[in-house]
Design a protein around this ligand. Structure first.
Ligand code: PLP
Length: 299
C-alpha cells in the first residue's frame, strides 16, 4: 500500500480537462476561495478500484442539491471522470478528492446567483490522515472547547468545503499536546472528530452518535460489518462519560481507516492500549477494501 505523498506532478481534472498539477488553477474569484462555498467528497482506491464510489457520489450529489449547486456532470459521467483521474495518475492505491465549487459570479460579492460551478478531481498516492503509529498505538484525544456547528446553522450531512470549524478543533487539540480533538454538539453530546466518526464499544455492542455528524461512508461500513459479525449497533446520544467508561473507543474515516482512541482528556480508555474490537473491525474493513467487492474498477 502506498502511503507517502509522491514527488511526481499529479494529473488534475478541472472542468473537463486533465492537466499537470502546476497548471491546475481556478479563479481567485471562485466562491469556494472567497467564502468556502462549495461541497466535496473524498474516496479512496485500493488495487485500482474505488471503494463505494457510488455511495460517495450519492453523498456529493445530495450535498450539492442541499446547497443548490448544480453539478456540471451527471452522476455516471462524474463516475467515469473519477476513474479516469485514477488512470491518468497510474495509481492503484489512491486518495481521491472531488470538489464542486459555487464558481465565479458577476461580482466577487456574496451573492450565490449567476455563478458557474467548477468541478475539480485529484488523485494522489494513498495518504493517511494519521500515521502508522496511530494504528499501532492508538491516539490521545481532547474534548474540544470549540463546539461543532449545529445543524440549525449548517446541516452536518452536507460535506461543505468550509472546514474551519473542524480546523479550529484540530488546532486546539494539537496545541494542547493531543493527537486530535473530539467535537461536542452545542448541547454537550458527542458529535464527531475533525474528519472522523466515533464509535464506542461497551459490553459487546457498538454505540455511535446519531446527530450532528457527517454520515460517514466508513461509519456505514462499520455498521454493515457489525451486522455481519452479529455485533449490535446503537445510533444514539453519547456523552463524555460514555467515552471515559467505554471498553474501547475508535474513529472511522476513508482517509484514516479505523483506529483506537486510547485516552480522552487524561482518562485512559479501557486498558489504555488499542483493543481487540478496533483491531478486528480494521481487519475486516481492509479485507473489504482488498476484496474489491464493493468497489468500482478503474482498470
Ligand atoms: C467531519 C467528518 N466526519 C466524518 C468523516 C468520515 O467520513 P467518511 O467515512 O465518509 O470518510 C469525515 C470525512 O471526511 C469528515 O470530514
Amino acid at each position: 500500500m502506498q502511503v507517502a505523498p509522491s514527488e511526481k506532478q499529479s494529473i488534475i481534472y478541472i472542468d473537463g480537462e486533465f492537466m499537470p498539477e502546476r497548471d491546475a488553477k481556478i479563479s481567485v474569484f471562485d466562491h469556494v476561495v472567497l467564502y468556502g462555498d462549495g461541497v466535496y467528497d473524498t474516496c479512496c482506491a485500493w488495487n485500482g478500484k474505488v471503494f463505494k464510489l457510488d455511495e460517495h457520489l450519492d453523498r456529493l450529489f445530495e450535498s450539492a442539491h442541499a446547497v443548490k449547486i448544480e453539478p456540471p456532470l451527471s452522476k455516471s459521467e462524474l463516475k467515469e471522470a473519477v476513474l479516469e483521474t485514477v488512470r491518468q495518475n497510474e495509481l492503484q492505491d489512491a486518495y481521491v478528492k472531488i470538489i464542486l465549487t459555487r464558481g465565479v459570479g458577476e461580482l466577487p460579492l456574496l451573492s450565490p446567483y449567476g455563478c458557474t460551478p467548477s468541478l475539480i478531481i485529484f488523485a494522489k498516492p494513498y495518504m493517511r490522515l494519521v500515521g502508522e503509529d496511530a494504528h499501532e498505538k492508538g491516539i490521545r484525544a481532547k474534548l474540544a472547547s470549540v463546539r461543532r456547528i449545529p445543524d440549525q446553522c449548517l446541516p452536518s450531512k452536507i460535506k461543505s468545503s468550509n472546514y474551519q470549524n473542524h480546523v479550529l478543533v484540530r488546532m486546539e487539540a494539537n496545541e494542547a499536546g493531543y493527537d486530535d480533538g473530539i467535537e461536542l454538539s452545542t448541547e454537550g453530546h458527542i458529535a464527531e472528530a475533525p474528519g472522523y466518526n466515533i464509535f464506542v464499544a461497551k459490553g459487546g455492542a457498538l454505540y455511535t452518535p446519531k446527530d450532528n455528524i457527517l454520515v460517514g461512508i466508513t461509519r456505514q461500513t462499520v455498521i454493515e460489518i457489525a451486522e455481519r459479525e452479529g455485533v449490535p449497533v446503537h445510533e444514539t446520544t453519547l456523552t463524555a462519560f460514555d467515552l471515559f467508561n467505554a471498553d474501547e473507543v475508535f474513529f472511522s474515516s476513508t482517509a484514516g481507516g479505523i483506529f483506537a482512541v486510547v485516552e480522552v482528556d487524561g482518562r485512559k480508555i479501557g486498558s489504555g492500549t488499542p483493543g481487540l474490537i478496533a483491531a478486528r473491525f480494521r481487519e475486516r474493513y481492509y479485507d473489504l477494501l482488498e476484496s474489491g467487492e464493493q468497489s468500482a474498477a478503474a482498470y
